[in-house]
Design a protein around this ligand. Structure first.
Ligand SMILES: C[S@@+](CC[C@H](N)C(=O)[O-])C[C@H]1O[C@@H](n2cnc3c(N)ncnc32)[C@H](O)[C@@H]1O
Ligand code: SF4
Length: 408
């Protein structure tokens, strides 16, 4: 089962926000995240808030989910009032969003469009597992207004996929990418495709990782995310590592794999724009950029987090509890936190320093600014910066240490 939620302040049953937060709405870009908490099997490394049919229990089904998500979109409109608030990005994540039908996903997107309106160039993404979609499904998604797909490829090497409990045949990925292009997820038709890879799986050699990178590049994606495998507490993977059945990912091995990824992706025309993300110029994920820049978004669905006008809240985790709240016409928020200026500043440092555009020096306090020359001398920050701090390649490998120094 997924991990527990943080505690926080009580969230009002009607979902209302403090006046000060509402006053800020519209100052920043606004988007929606829609969480779809269903998977056919749970992968051993994953602690996301997702449930197999068995874990869901009785009385909760995928088939009623779209209706509940629509109810939360309508609640968002009541809470935010009638102000003009076009939605710039929508991201359906999971779980496995594509376990809902393309029309169910379209119904939720339609509610966002009806309640708020989508900006003319809105980016509308869904995550998809390569084995859960085909051409007919992708056609329907495109027809329903989705223009970006993010496929969970993870690896092209069967033994690595097996350690990760991934069920798809790696040969399926190029076929599904081709189908997605044919369905219109193609830059020439206003669409784009991203692939997710994971490196550092126990037993994965540097050559295996090279094979995965080359296989991903052979699909000519517009965007690629490469995450180092995190061994999350409470997962089957963590238990196998604890029992000594699998080794813990090794820091030096992870660094070598990161450098190889950066080299190969850059050579193929995908530049880094966040420590773990590379894209063709103009194909950056605007939704994720909005998170990293501290913009506003409403997170729909069980366990989803929202951030609007300096207030962060998070929904009850279990789909049954979520459905019960919405059926009682109550907000599904479990708790919330009003972020003070210092917390907002620390979060900016944590997130923005990871971006290619860099962190404005003005965000740092005196101690943070004093750390900059040392970090430059160590080759962790690009030298000679006067307004924005940008990590070097070595700095990207040691981003957490850089953040610690900048926060004093
Ligand atoms: C939570 S998944 C949801 C999408 C889809 N169900 C899938 O697995 O492909 C989103 C992405 O998070 C990454 N991810 C999930 N758990 C991870 C972990 N423990 N370590 C590193 N990356 C992880 C994977 O690359 C995955 O594609
Ligand atoms: S398919 Fe994705 S969300 Fe589902 S369990 Fe696997 S990694 Fe987690």
């Amino acid at each position: 089962m997924p991990s527990t939620l943080p505690e926080g302040d009580a969230a009002p049953a009607d979902g209302s926000l403090p006046e000060a937060a509402l006053a800020e709405v519209g100052e920043r870009s606004f988007g929606f995240y829609v969480h779809v908490p269903f998977c056919t099997v749970r992968c051993g490394y994953c602690d996301f808030n997702t449930y197999t049919a068995e874990e869901l229990g009785e009385g909760v089904t995928r088939r009623t989910y779209a209706e509940q998500a629509v109810a939360e979109v309508r609640l968002a409109r009541r809470v935010l009032g009638e102000r003009d608030l076009p939605v710039r990005t929508v991201f359906f994540g999971g779980g496995t969003p594509t376990l809902l039908t393309a029309d169910e996903l379209g119904t939720i997107l339609g509610a966002i469009r009806d309640e708020f309106g989508l900006a003319a160039d809105a980016e509308v993404t869904t995550e998809a597992n390569p084995d859960s979609v085909d051409l007919a499904y992708l056609d329907r998604l495109r027809g329903n207004g989705f223009n970006r797909l993010s496929f969970g490829m993870q690896s092209a090497v069967p033994s690595v996929l097996q350690t990760l409990d991934r069920t798809h045949d790696p040969a399926r990925v190029p076929r599904v990418v081709e189908a997605a292009r044919a369905a219109g997820f193609d830059p020439a038709r206003g669409g784009s495709i991203s692939l997710d890879l994971i490196y550092g799986t126990p037993g994965e050699s540097l050559d295996d990782w090279r094979t995965s990178l080359e296989a991903a590049l052979a699909c000519a994606p517009d965007h690629l995310s490469a995450y180092s495998l995190i061994v999350e507490d409470g997962t089957a993977l963590a238990r196998r590592v604890r029992r000594g059945e699998l080794p813990m990912p090794d820091e030096d091995d992870l660094a070598d794999k990161y450098l190889l990824a950066d080299e190969r992706l850059t050579a193929a025309g995908l530049g880094w724009y966040e420590v773990s993300n590379w894209s063709r110029s103009g194909a950056e994920c605007r939704h994720n950029l909005a998170y990293w820049r501290g913009d506003d978004w409403w997170g729909v669905g069980p366990g989803s987090h929202s951030h609007v006008g300096g207030v962060r809240w998070w929904n009850v985790k279990h789909p049954a509890a979520y459905a019960a709240r919405l059926s009682a016409h109550e907000s599904p928020a479990h708790a919330r936190e009003v972020l003070d200026a210092q917390t907002r500043r620390v979060e900016r440092v944590l997130l923005e320093v990871r971006l290619r555009d860099g962190l404005p020096i003005a965000v740092l306090d005196e101690a943070g600014r004093a750390a900059v020359p040392g970090l430059e001398a160590e080759g962790l920050l690009e030298p000679g910066t006067t307004d924005r701090l940008v990590l070097t390649t070595r700095g990207r490998l040691l981003a957490d240490a850089v953040v610690r120094d900048l926060l004093g």
